[in-house]
Write a protein that binds this ligand. Structure first.
Ligand SMILES: [Zn+2]
Length: 281
């Protein structure tokens, strides 16, 4: 089982850069299948109206229910006052499993965190090379799992990568995805600090090639058990929390479309992962 935890889907409305113009899935899905990726977390590109953008993502998820898992994109300022409703709709109607926040627009606000807590969803947040904000929100909401996109920086800010590596070790509820991280040794650093249990494979598709991003994880040459955590186990664990709640939160809506059969519980519930393992590179 391989889960890509970071991919965009649907059309943007601003058309000033690829990430707010179009995130077409056809090539992505072909490439992901060829690379052996089973499931992919998808959310909108940057957009001027996330209610519309999330609906678009829901339609794509409905078209590929066995391969795609939706996350609800919210803008902390523009959507203020309606975030709970947006998240509730996404969870109960479309079985979305998480929240996406982009620091370019807003960092996680209390309203976002409270919606995440209410539905027990992980928050995938791009902190745009400003990892200091993690020291604010992570200890304020220890019950929410935060996944830091791009190990803190899409723009190769090594200080951000370095700081996030330490934050993985410091905060039990802070994780990071590997999407778009170009400086390989900071992934190694994050592993040494946080352990394999704290990293999730992500591609930042469709703009980055999922096979190429996946190869970075293979190049870590980890013991199979630890590689399995990064490729799927950690995502399964974090997303299952969401699924469990959505099943019990409302008896009126059907069970989530996604069931994870891949890894045995012992593979990803282990507290015995040896964080001091020497990574052979
Ligand atoms: Zn992205």
């Amino acid at each position: 089982m391989i889960i890509d935890c970071h991919c965009h889907a649907g059309k943007g409305d601003q058309m000033t850069a690829p990430w707010n113009t179009d995130a077409p899935l056809d090539a992505y899905l072909r490439r992901a299948r060829a690379a052996g990726i089973d499931k992919t977390v998808v959310f909108a590109p940057l957009h001027g109206d996330y209610r519309r953008a999330n609906r678009q993502v829901a339609q794509l998820v409905a078209r590929h229910p066995t391969r795609l898992i939706g996350f609800c994109f919210v803008h902390g300022k523009r959507d203020a006052g309606r975030i709970f409703q947006m998240v509730r709709e996404a969870v109960t109607q479309w079985h979305f499993r998480g929240i996406k926040v982009h620091g370019y627009e807003s960092m996680p606000t209390r309203e976002i965190c409270e919606a995440a807590a209410a539905f027990r969803l992980p928050v995938l947040v791009d902190v745009v090379s400003r990892p200091a904000v993690i020291d604010m929100f992570a200890p304020q909401y220890p019950g929410i799992n935060f996944i830091i996109a791009h190990l803190g920086s899409y723009t190769d800010d090594w200080k951000a990568h370095q700081q996030v590596a330490y934050q993985l070790a410091r905060y039990p509820n802070v994780y990071a995805d590997t999407s778009g991280v170009r400086q390989f040794d900071y992934i190694v650093e994050a592993l040494k600090r946080g352990g394999a249990r704290k990293l999730l494979f992500g591609s930042d598709g469709p703009w980055l090639h999922p096979g190429l991003e996946l190869h970075k994880i293979r190049l870590l040459k980890l013991p199979p058990r630890e590689e399995a955590l990064i490729l799927a186990g950690n995502a399964q664990r974090l997303l299952r929390v969401a699924g469990t709640h959505s099943q019990t939160a409302s008896s009126s809506h059907p069970a989530p479309a996604h069931r994870f059969e891949g890894a045995a519980p012992s593979e990803f519930h282990s507290e015995t992962v040896d964080y001091e393992t020497e990574y052979r590179l």
